[in-house]
Write a protein of this length. Structure first.
Ligand SMILES: Cc1cc2nc3c(=O)[nH]c(=O)nc-3n(C[C@H](O)[C@H](O)[C@H](O)COP(=O)(O)OP(=O)(O)OC[C@H]3O[C@@H](n4cnc5c(N)ncnc54)[C@H](O)[C@@H]3O)c2cc1C
Ligand SMILES: Nc1ncnc2c1ncn2[C@@H]1O[C@H](COP(=O)(O)O)[C@@H](O)[C@H]1O
Lengths: 258, 323
C-alpha cells in the first residue's frame, strides 16, 4: 500500500511568532522544524506500513525549498519525500494547501493519506478534510487509535462524549491526535541513511497547477489587522512556606466559592 | 444587518450543543434571517429552543444511521445554496463534526474557511472575524473577499446565548438526501460514552485542572477531590491526557475544551499557549506551580509558588475540616 503522510514544516514554536507588519504573514526566517503534531502521523504511517506492507512518502508544501522537517521524517524512516515549493504559493491558505496536497497524493498514487488533526502554528484543522473532499475520499478524523487489518481501517474517533469505533476500506484520509502512538526518535543510522533517500522537489508547473487555480491570487480572505489583546491585571504571588493553602482559601472565600 | 446567515446546528436527542445556541444568538444580532441545518435522531425536537434563540428555519437531514455527518451535511448545504443562493455567512461550531463539515463545504464551494473565530463584527464591507493568536496575547481580524459565503468556524463560548421564549419555534423542513457515495464509506460500528461524575466540564463554575507537575497518575485523585469539595469539575492539560492518566474529554486547551468558569485552579500546569487558549477567559485563576517563572502565573489572580503535592493535601484537609 502506498501511504502518503502530510507534514508541515513550521517555525520553532518555542520562539514567539512574528508577523510581517505589511502582509501580516508569519515570519519564517528562524529555524524551521517538523511540526510536532505531524511526528505522530509520521510514526503512525510507519507502523501501518510495517503491518500492511508498502511505502511511506512524506509530503510537504513549504516556501524556499525548505527540507529540514522532511529530513526529520526521512530520518524516522519514511522512504521518500516530496516537497512542493513555488514562489507563486506565497500566502497560500488552507484550501490552497489542500489542493496542492491533493495533486501530490494523485501523483504518488497514495491509497491512504495520514495527517495530524491540526497544525501547531495554523491550527485551522481543515487541511486534511478539505484534501479528502478534493479527492472525493472518506475521512476518519480525530483518530486516537488506528489499525489496518485485512485491508480495512479501524479507527477510534474522539467525540464530545467519548469515542466512536469506525471502519472503512481505503482509500481514505486519516487524521491522528497527539498521543495516538509513541513517537520514535531518529537514530544516528536513520539520520545518515536519510541523506541518500529520494527527495522530489516540485513546482506548481510540475503538478500541472496554475497559481490562480490554487487560489493564491484571490485567496478569498484577508487579514485586516493584528493587535495586542487586553492584558490581564497582574495578580498576587505568594511563596508556599507551609501556609500557601491559606492564601488559596482566602481567595476562594473572597470570590464566594466557599 | 446582513440578509441571511446559516448555522450548522449540532444536536443530540433534540438538545442543541451549547455552542450552537451561542452561534444562533450571535447570528440573530447580525442578520434578518437565521437558518440552520441539523441531523441525527431528534433534530426536529430542537426547533423550539433554536427558535427561542432566533432561528427561523431548520433544515433537518434526519437520522444518518451509521454514517459520519460531514459529507452529507456539506452536500445538503451546497445543494441548498445552488437553489437559493449563498447566505452571507455560514457559522460552524468548532467541534469534531463541525470542523469536518466546514472543511468539506469549503472544498465543495471553493471558498476558504476562517477557523478559530472568537468574535464577529458587522462592519462596512461585511463581517469581520476576530482570532486569538499567540495564546491569546494578540487578536487578529480577518474578513472574506470575493463572491460566495464566508465560512466561519467559531470557538465555544465566544458569544453569550440569548433566548426569548416568546419567539416561535423554527419551521422544520425535512431534506431528502441522495444515496451515500464513496465519501460516505466510513461506517460507525459502535459509540462509546465515557462516563464522568459531577458537573460537566464546560458548564462547571469551578474547574480544577491537573498537569504533569503532579508527578504521577495516582496523585490526580487530589485534583478530583478538590473539584468535588468545590462542587466543580476536574480537568487536565494535554501532557497528562497524552500520558493516559485521564480521558481526552478532560483536556482543556486549543485541541481540548474551552472553559470559562468563575474559578480555574491550575495544579502543576506550566501554562503553554495551547493550554491558555482554552481557559484564559476564566473569571478568576489560581495557579500552583513550583517554578516562579511558569507562564501560568502571568494570567493568575493568585499564584502559589510551591509543591503542588504539599499544597493540595493541606488545602483538601482544610476544606474537609470545614465541611
Ligand atoms: C497542536 C498542539 C495542540 C495542543 N493542544 C493542547 C491543549 O489543548 N491543551 C493543553 O493543555 N496542551 C496542549 N498542547 C500541549 C502544550 O504545548 C503543553 O505541552 C502542555 O500544555 C503541557 O502540559 P503541562 O503544563 O501539564 O506539562 P509541563 O509543560 O511539563 O508543565 C509541568 C509544570 O509543572 C510544574 N511542576 C513540576 N513539579 C511540580 C511540583 N511538584 N509542584 C508544582 N509544580 C510542579 C513545572 O514547573 C511545570 O511548569 C498542544 C500542543 C500542540 C503542539
Ligand atoms: N503546508 C503543509 N504541508 C503539508 N501538510 C500540511 C500543510 N499544512 C497542513 N498540513 C497537514 O494538515 C494538518 C492540519 O493542518 P491545519 O489545517 O493547518 O491545522 C497538519 O498537521 C498537516 O498534517
Amino acid at each position: 500500500m502506498q501511504i502518503a503522510v502530510c507534514v508541515k514544516q513550521i517555525p520553532d514554536p518555542g520562539d514567539p511568532p512574528r508577523f510581517d507588519a505589511q502582509t501580516y504573514r508569519l515570519d519564517r526566517s528562524g529555524a524551521i522544524i517538523l511540526d510536532d503534531s505531524d511526528a505522530y502521523s509520521v510514526e503512525m504511517a510507519l507502523r501501518l506500513a510495517e503491518v500492511a506492507g508498502g511505502e511511506v512518502t512524506a509530503v510537504s508544501v513549504a516556501p524556499d525549498g525548505e527540507l529540514s522537517g522532511l529530513r526529520t521524517a526521512l530520518a524516522m524512516g519514511v522512504q521518500r519525500a516530496v516537497l512542493v515549493s513555488d514562489p507563486a504559493l506565497a500566502g497560500l491558505d488552507a484550501l490552497g494547501t489542500a489542493k496542492v496536497l491533493a495533486a501530490v497524493a494523485r501523483r504518488v498514487g497514495a491509497e491512504l493519506v495520514l495527517a495530524a488533526t491540526e497544525s501547531t502554528d495554523g491550527y485551522t484543522g481543515t487541511v486534511p478534510v478539505q484534501l479528502a473532499e478534493l479527492l472525493a475520499w472518506p475521512a476518519l478524523s480525530f483518530a486516537r487509535h488506528v489499525e489496518l487489518e485485512d485491508g480495512l481501517l479501524r479507527v477510534q474517533r474522539q467525540t464530545e462524549a467519548g469515542y466512536d469505533e469506525l471502519r472503512c476500506p481505503p482509500p481514505a484520509v486519516v487524521t491522528v491526535t497527539a498521543g495516538v502512538v509513541e513517537v520514535r526518535y531518529p537514530t544516528m543510522k536513520g539520520i545518515l541513511s536519510a541523506r541518500s533517500k529520494p527527495v522530489d522537489q516540485l513546482s506548481l508547473a510540475d503538478l500541472d497547477l496554475e497559481a490562480a487555480e490554487v487560489g493564491v491570487l484571490g485567496a478569498g480572505q484577508e487579514v485586516v489587522g493584528i493587535e495586542d489583546a487586553p492584558v490581564r491585571a497582574a495578580g498576587t504571588m505568594v511563596t508556599d512556606d507551609g501556609t500557601g493553602h491559606v492564601a488559596v482559601l482566602e481567595a476562594l472565600r473572597s470570590w464566594k466559592v466557599i | 444587518m446582513m440578509d441571511r446567515i446559516l448555522v450548522v446546528c449540532e444536536q443530540r436527542d433534540g438538545v442543541p450543543s451549547a455552542t450552537v445556541l451561542e452561534l444562533v444568538s450571535a447570528a440573530a444580532n447580525l442578520a434578518t434571517a437565521v437558518e440552520g441545518v441539523t441531523w441525527g435522531p431528534g433534530g426536529a425536537a430542537a426547533a423550539a429552543v433554536l427558535g427561542a434563540h432566533g432561528l427561523a428555519r431548520l433544515l433537518d437531514l434526519g437520522d444518518l444511521g451509521d454514517r459520519l455527518p460531514a459529507p452529507r451535511v456539506a452536500d445538503a448545504l451546497a445543494a441548498r445554496m445552488a437553489g437559493e443562493g449563498p447566505p452571507a455567512a455560514v457559522l460552524v461550531p468548532m467541534s469534531y463534526d463541525g470542523r469536518d463539515v466546514a472543511a468539506r463545504l469549503s472544498a465543495r464551494l471553493d471558498r476558504p474557511v476562517l477557523a478559530n473565530v472568537v468574535g464577529l463584527r458587522d462592519e462596512e464591507g461585511g463581517l469581520v472575524s476576530e482570532h486569538e493568536i499567540a495564546g491569546g496575547a494578540q487578536l487578529a481580524r480577518a474578513r472574506f473577499t470575493g463572491p460566495g459565503p464566508g465560512i466561519f468556524v467559531v470557538r465555544p463560548k465566544s458569544f453569550a446565548p440569548a433566548s426569548d421564549p416568546s419567539r416561535p419555534p423554527a419551521t422544520v423542513e425535512a431534506v431528502a438526501l441522495p444515496a451515500p457515495g464513496p465519501r460516505d464509506a466510513v461506517e460507525v460500528v459502535a459509540r462509546h460514552v465515557e462516563e464522568r461524575t459531577g458537573p460537566g466540564l464546560e458548564a462547571a463554575s469551578v474547574v480544577v485542572a491537573g498537569g504533569r507537575g503532579l508527578g504521577d497518575q495516582a496523585r490526580y485523585a487530589r485534583v478530583e477531590r478538590l473539584a468535588e469539595l468545590l462542587h466543580g469539575a476536574p480537568a487536565a492539560s494535554r501532557a497528562i491526557v497524552d500520558a493516559g492518566w485521564v480521558p481526552y474529554a478532560y483536556q482543556v486547551g486549543q485541541t481540548g475544551k474551552t472553559v470559562k468558569p468563575d474559578v480555574y485552579v491550575a495544579c502543576g500546569i506550566s501554562g503553554a499557549t495551547q493550554h491558555l487558549i482554552g481557559m484564559k477567559g476564566s473569571h478568576h485563576v489560581v495557579a500552583i506551580n513550583k517554578d516562579p517563572a511558569a507562564p501560568i502565573f502571568g494570567i493568575a489572580d493568585l499564584g502559589v509558588v510551591g509543591d503542588v503535592n504539599e499544597v493540595l493535601p493541606r488545602l483538601i484537609a482544610a476544606l474537609e475540616a470545614e465541611a
